[in-house]
Design a protein around this ligand. Sequence first.
Ligand SMILES: [Zn+2]
Length: 131
Amino acid sequence: MSYHIASDEQIEKTLIKVLKKFRIVESQIKLKKLVEKELRKKKKKYSVSGGRLRKIAVNSSYVKLEIHTREGDPKKPMAKCPVCGGNLKKLRNLTIWGGEVTIELRCSKCNYWTGKKKRIPTRYVFHYKKK
Ligand SMILES: [Zn+2]
């Protein structure tokens, strides 16, 4: 069985259609299934990877991504955003009580952030965002 590769535009269009209908999709796996089902209405077999779908969702102004996380190893360095692969920006916050500096990493593309205790994404919830 061969699969067709959908273009980014095709995926985004379908993704918006699915989200417009369901408003909230509770996981990436569920979203992948819904998008593939919708794409297959065009009589072709399409396969979309979850990661690609998520990256397209991050870049779409119609999608609000909610990131659920668990705590990860604080010593493990994080070079890129685990959600979208974007660059992480280092932010330093001075506490009002003086002294202590907390460093936060923030993604330049999506709403992912992490502190000293690493936030490892475990589940994504996709919301439809009206423009
Ligand atoms: Zn990101």
